[in-house]
Design a protein around this ligand. Structure first.
Ligand code: AP5
Length: 217
């Protein structure tokens, strides 16, 4: 199955992606995670992406598209994938459609996580991420048992540089201007499915899985 998760920053894409990908036995491919890994390891790609990410702007398409195409060509993505954070604008969506057509395939479904802006700010200002395994936590909504440490692997938790209130507001503007048009784009293709992404994490996962099954049967 080839799935795209779309939604504003803080909608819970990363949180849900880890569970949905595991239920469907497909790899989760997060462009944000790939960029952050490259920034923290100081690669050329990370140097190119860093300033854009810190401001909350999109990394230029020529960098992002090449990176995703290389990742999708890897063996583990041949039978399906879940994209988290890609595509993020119409040129990326058009290029993805062309690439998949060249490979005689297409997206099966685009799952939109729907939440309002106030909830986004609440979620992102309390987000903590594990430096070792990438698991996402929240200081109030999903706190780890031991403050600052991941329950799963014991890794150190950190707060992302782009999670300050000012940058969050800018990321929401970027989403509205550049990413929101994808909703109509995929609705026209007949593969868009929106779900309410408020409530407990497990309930949203169950909602997403039920919607995916209904859509595909
Ligand atoms: P990226 O990492 O993709 O950031 P984003 O889209 O802004 O999304 P987030 O990761 O902030 O939020 P999320 O929806 O994954 O929410 P999460 O699950 O963490 O991108 C970062 C940057 O990289 C971009 O700004 C850009 O510069 C660059 N980039 C990436 N892709 C690009 C592309 N395609 N093109 C160009 N540039 C690109 O949840 C948030 C918090 O809420 C967590 O603490 C979580 O525990 C909590 N939470 C989750 N669900 C719930 C719930 N149901 N109830 C309460 N709390 C919850």
């Amino acid at each position: 199955m080839r799935v795209v998760l779309v939604g504003p920053p803080g909608a819970g894409k990363g949180t849900q992606a880890q569970f949905i990908a595991s239920h469907l036995s497909i790899p989760k491919i997060s462009t944000g995670d790939i960029f952050r890994h490259n920034v923290s390891t100081g690669t050329e790609l990370g140097k190119q992406a860093r300033a854009y990410m810190e401001r909350g702007d999109l990394v230029p398409d020529e960098v992002t598209i090449a990176m995703v195409e290389a990742r999708l060509a890897e063996d583990d993505a041949q039978a399906g994938f879940l994209l988290d954070g890609y595509p993020r604008n119409l040129p990326q969506a058009e290029t993805l459609r062309k690439l998949l057509a060249e490979w005689d395939t297409r997206l099966d479904i685009v799952l939109e996580l729907v939440v309002d802006d106030d909830e986004v700010v609440r979620r992102l200002s309390g987000r903590r991420t594990c430096r070792r395994c990438g698991r996402i936590w929240h200081v109030l909504f999903e706190p780890p048992a031991r403050e600052g440490r991941c329950d799963d692997c014991g890794g150190e938790l950190f707060q992302r540089d782009d999670d300050s209130e000012l940058t969050i507001r800018h990321r929401l503007e970027v989403y509205a201007k550049q990413t929101q048009p994808l909703i109509a784009f995929y609705a026209d293709e007949g593969i868009l499915l929106g779900i309410d992404a408020t409530g407990p994490v497990e309930e949203i996962t169950a909602r997403a899985m039920a919607a995916l099954r209904r859509f595909l049967l």
